[in-house]
Design a protein around this ligand. Structure first.
Ligand code: MG
Length: 458
C-alpha cells in the first residue's frame, strides 16, 4: 500500500505519551474508531501505566461523541478484556495499553466482536476516517452512554479454570513465583493460582505505572530477580508477564529462564497427545522445535507471518485450537484465540500436575537447538528488491517466503531473513543443533545479503 499513512503498527497504535500520543490526538483517533463501529457498544479498559486513566477519558470522550456506548472496566489484563467482549457480546473493545513498551509509552488496541484485534483492512478504514477528517459526530440526543462493567476479572479467572484439571493441580500444592512487572498481570494471575491451590509468592506485584521493578517486556535479561526468587523460596515454577499480561515467560525450579517457544512446544506436545491431527498455528520465526513436536505427535504446522494478530486470524480461519509465538504468546482456542498469559500459566501447571514432572525435566526432554541472531543494514527502498533477488539465489529442500525468507536444511538447521518493519535493516535468525553451525549460517547469509544490497546500490 504505497503512500498510505499509518496510525496502527503491529499491535495497535503506540507512542510516547504527551509527545506522539497526546490527549487531543487520542480523542480524534477514538472518534474515528467510534465512526468505524457505527454507534456500537464497546468495552474500555487499560493497563497500569500512569497515563492510563487520562487517556481512557480521552478515548471515552471520542467514542461517546460519535455515539458509541461504553462499558467501562478500568484496569485489567488485555486477555480479560478480550474475553469480556465475547462474554458480553459487545461490538468490540478499545484497550489503552502499550503492552511491553517502556512506561513513557502508551497505545490503543482495537478489538473486534470476536475478541481479536482488528484486521489490517479494518485498521485502514479507521486510518482513512482519521486522515481524511471524515468524522461524524452524534447529535446531542445520540451521544453515547457510559456504564461500569464489574466482574470481568472474576469471569476471566473462572473461564480459565474450566480448561484445566483443577483437582489434580490443587493436589500438588505447587509453589509459584509471579512477576507481573508492576502491571495488570497482578490483578488476575496470583488469584487464579491461589484458586488452583498453589502457594503464591509475588515480586513486582504492586500496581505502579512507573514500572519500578523491571521493564515490562519479559526478556530473559530482565528476569534475574524472578529466577533468584524461585531458587530462594524453593518454588516449583516462576512466571513473568508483559505489561498487559498477554505474554508469559517461565522459569523452572532451578531458576533457568526459558524463551517462549520452548514452553510453547511443551504445551503443544501435551495438546497433541490428547488431540492428534490438530493444526498448530505459529509464525515462521518460531523454532524448529515446534515443527519437531508437531511431526513427532501427529500435528500439522501452519506457518504464518510474524505477529500475534495474524496468528489469531489464521486460527479463526482454520478453526485451529492452538497457536504460539517465541516471545511467550500462547493462544489456546478452546478458551480464546488470542494470546493469554494466565491461560498459558494454567496450562503449564496442568502439564506439571498430570506428568508429576519438574519443569526442568519436562523441558530437558525436548529437542535442543542453538540460536544466533544477526543484522545487515539495508535502505528501506531496497528491502523489497533485495528479497526478490534473495528468493532467486537461495536454495534448500524446504523454503518459505511467507514473511521474509526461511530455509530449513536437512541437518535440522534453519535460517530466517526478514526486513525490519521499523528500521533500515534485515534481521537474521539462525538455529542449529550446535552453536558453531548457527553462527556459521549467520555469517554466510549476512554476506549473501550484503552482496545483493551492494549490487542493488550500484
Ligand atoms: Mg502484550
Amino acid at each position: 500500500m504505497p503512500n498510505h499513512k499509518r496510525l496502527f503498527g503491529t499491535n495497535g497504535i503506540r507512542g510516547v505519551v504527551n509527545k506522539e500520543l497526546t490527549v487531543e490526538k487520542t480523542i480524534k483517533i477514538s472518534s474515528a474508531i467510534g465512526n468505524f463501529f457505527q454507534k456500537g457498544n464497546l468495552i474500555v479498559g487499560y493497563d497500569a501505566r500512569t497515563s492510563g486513566p487520562m487517556l481512557a477519558r480521552a478515548v471515552i470522550a471520542g467514542l461517546t461523541a460519535t455515539g458509541c456506548n461504553i462499558l467501562l472496566v478500568g484496569m485489567a489484563p488485555t486477555p480479560a478484556l478480550q474475553f469480556a467482549v465475547k462474554k458480553h457480546q459487545t461490538d468490540g473493545a478499545v484497550i489503552i495499553t502499550a503492552s511491553h513498551n517502556p512506561p513513557e509509552y502508551n497505545g490503543i488496541k482495537v478489538i473486534w466482536n470476536d475478541g481479536i484485534e482488528l484486521s489490517r483492512e479494518q485498521e485502514i478504514k479507521i486510518e482513512n476516517i482519521f486522515f481524511n477528517d471524515e468524522i461524524n459526530y452524534a447529535e446531542w440526543n445520540r451521544i453515547g452512554t457510559i456504564h461500569d462493567l464489574p466482574g470481568v476479572i472474576n469471569d476471566y479467572i473462572d473461564a480459565i479454570k474450566k480448561h484445566v484439571n483443577t483437582d489434580e493441580i490443587a493436589e500438588k500444592q505447587f509453589h509459584v513465583v509471579v512477576d507481573p512487572a508492576n502491571s495488570v498481570g497482578s490483578l488476575a494471575a496470583p488469584r487464579l493460582l491461589r484458586e488452583l491451590g498453589c502457594k503464591v509468592t509475588t515480586i513486582n506485584a504492586n500496581i505502579d505505572g512507573t514500572f519500578p521493578g523491571r521493564l515490562p517486556e519479559p526478556r530473559p535479561e530482565y528476569l534475574k530477580d524472578l529466577s533468584l526468587t524461585v531458587k530462594a523460596v524453593n518454588a516449583d515454577l516462576g512466571v513473568a508477564y508483559d505489561g498487559d499480561a498477554d505474554r508469559a515467560i517461565f522459569v523452572d525450579e532451578e531458576g533457568t529462564i526459558y524463551w517462549g517457544d520452548k514452553t510453547f512446544a511443551l504445551i503443544e506436545k501435551h495438546f497433541l497427545m490428547e488431540n492428534p491431527g490438530e493444526k498448530i498455528v505459529t509464525p515462521v520465526s518460531s523454532s524448529t522445535l515446534v515443527k519437531d513436536v508437531a511431526e513427532a505427535y501427529g500435528g500439522k504446522i501452519v506457518w504464518t507471518k510474524v505477529g500475534s494478530v495474524t496468528v489469531s486470524h489464521k486460527m479463526k480461519e482454520l478453526n485451529a485450537k492452538l497457536g504460539g509465538e517465541e516471545n511467550g504468546g500462547v493462544f489456546y482456542g478452546p478458551h480464546q484465540s488470542v494470546r493469554d498469559g494466565a491461560m498459558a500459566t494454567a496450562l503449564i501447571l496442568d502439564i506439571m500436575a498430570k506428568t508429576d514432572g519438574k519443569l526442568s525435566k519436562l523441558l530437558g526432554e525436548m529437542p535442543r537447538y542453538y540460536i544466533e541472531k544477526g543484522r545487515v543494514e539495508c535502505p528501506n527502498e531496497l528491502k523489497e528488491k533485495t528479497l526478490e533477488r534473495l528468493e532467486k539465489e537461495v536454495s534448500g529442500p524446504n523454503i518459505s517466503t511467507i514473511d521474509g525468507i526461511k530455509i530449513w536444511f536437512e541437518d535440522k538447521s534453519a535460517i530466517l531473513m526478514r526486513p525490519s518493519g521499523t528500521e533500515p535493516i534485515y534481521r537474521l535468525y539462525a538455529e542449529a543443533k550446535n552453536a558453531e553451525k548457527a553462527l556459521q549460517l549467520i555469517h554466510e547469509y549476512a554476506e549473501k545479503l550484503k552482496e545483493i544490497i551492494n549490487t542493488l546500490k550500484h
